[in-house]
Design a protein around this ligand. Structure first.
Ligand SMILES: C[S@@+](CC[C@H](N)C(=O)[O-])C[C@H]1O[C@@H](n2cnc3c(N)ncnc32)[C@H](O)[C@@H]1O
Length: 216
């Protein structure tokens, strides 16, 4: 059995790491105790982990030795981030805490033109149509727990997403035209998107996406 920490979120870190441009400035939204933040730091120039939960941020600071990592205890939906925009924004298991539409709008606004958004998120299953997914996820989890040491993070959790997979896909396509959405085996989905080029810095800071003036 591997002694490395494993859970359903960590299982999909590699998908986000593959999407992060090497050498860029990255924001990890809802970083918890910073496990993904530290992994991203191995390939990025700088990573800022942001989380609302002070004990998680304190733990993250205490367990991170890399000089190119910073943490901020703040609400990503309201913090101004000193006017910064990022080459990539990543987030694991946090979008449903923020509200899918508000969270995607905020993360998109924090990207520079051409920047990349990568979200691994949770959505609700609908029964009976999602039963095959539920069974596959339960079997997959049992098998993976035989091979890995399960680790439960201490960061705040919200188990129930108000949105099902179809709703998240629809909201993402409305907010982030051209985004790719893939449902994953272990009760997760991945959403990847590249912000259109050519807005300029002022445009990037002001950008609110195609919902401006009309959305919910
Ligand atoms: C389920 S945890 C995931 C933590 C980490 N990404 C992981 O995979 O272990 C969700 C995190 O989102 C944080 N969070 C929720 N709402 C937030 C907000 N508005 N701004 C910043 N962080 C937030 C919570 O404090 C919590 O640490």
């Amino acid at each position: 059995m591997s002694t490395e920490r494993w859970n359903h979120n960590i299982h999909y870190h590699r998908l986000l790491l593959a999407a992060v441009p090497a050498g860029g400035r990255v924001l990890d939204v809802g970083c918890g105790e910073g496990m993904l933040t530290r992994e991203v730091a191995a390939r990025a120039a700088h990573v800022l982990g942001v989380d609302l939960d002070r004990p998680s941020i304190e733990l993250a600071r205490a367990t991170t030795a890399q000089a190119n990592v910073e943490y901020r205890c703040a609400d990503v939906l309201v913090d101004a981030f000193d006017g910064q925009v990022f080459d990539a924004v990543v987030s694991v298991a946090t979008l449903h805490h923020l509200g899918t539409r508000a969270g995607l709008q905020r993360m998109a606004a924090l990207l520079r033109p051409g920047g990349v958004l990568g979200v691994v998120g949770l959505a609700s299953s609908r029964l009976p149509q999602d039963l095959p997914w539920e069974i596959a996820a339960a079997i997959g989890t049992r098998l993976l727990k035989l091979r890995h040491t399960y680790w439960e993070h201490a960061a705040p959790k919200v188990w129930n997403s108000p949105d099902d997979y179809g709703s998240v896909r629809r909201i993402a396509s409305e907010c982030l035209p051209g985004a790719s959405f893939r449902r994953l085996l272990l009760w997760r989905y991945i959403l990847l998107w590249q912000k259109p080029q050519g807005l300029g810095v002022a445009g990037a800071l002001a950008w609110r996406g195609p919902w401006r003036g009309g959305g919910e």
